[in-house]
Design a protein around this ligand. Structure first.
Ligand code: AMP
Ligand code: ZN
Length: 115
């Protein structure tokens, strides 16, 4: 998926503010943050969304879940943070390359607004 925005970002073809990189994952600040700290952690492997994740991706996804709190701490979120994965149109996903939002600092509102 060479024309995918986040693939291009992870390859350095589109600029981003890098948080972390290794051979399998890339993390970068969101261009339109919803909180003082808002970055995304993505696999370099293109998966459209979590709906495409299969058993063969379990180690990679597990690595991302354990990396998230470490990166959050490095970004100053010692008091906690929110992780969000939007999946598919019904989940509000806008960029179709699997990503974990890591959000914190300031006032984090309730996750879902109840009437
Ligand atoms: P989602 O709605 O879960 O697909 O989230 C996509 C996120 O990508 C949004 O929070 C956007 O602000 C963010 N975004 C879109 N383009 C860029 C970009 N070029 N660099 C950094 N973040 C981006
Ligand atoms: Zn991609």
């Amino acid at each position: 998926m060479s024309d995918c925005l986040f693939c291009k970002i992870s390859r350095g073809e589109i600029p981003s503010r890098k948080v972390y990189e290794d051979d399998e994952v890339y993390a970068f600040h969101d261009i339109n943050p919803v909180a003082p700290v808002h970055f995304m952690l993505i696999p370099k492997l293109h998966l459209d969304s979590l709906a495409q994740a299969e058993q063969q991706h379990a180690a990679l996804l597990g690595k991302m879940m354990t990396l998230a709190p470490r990166l959050a701490l490095e970004q100053g979120l010692s008091n906690g943070f929110r992780t969000v994965i939007n999946t598919g149109k019904g989940g509000g996903q806008e960029v179709f390359h699997l990503h974990i939002h890591i959000i914190g600092g300031g006032n984090i509102p309730p996750m879902v607004k109840r009437d």
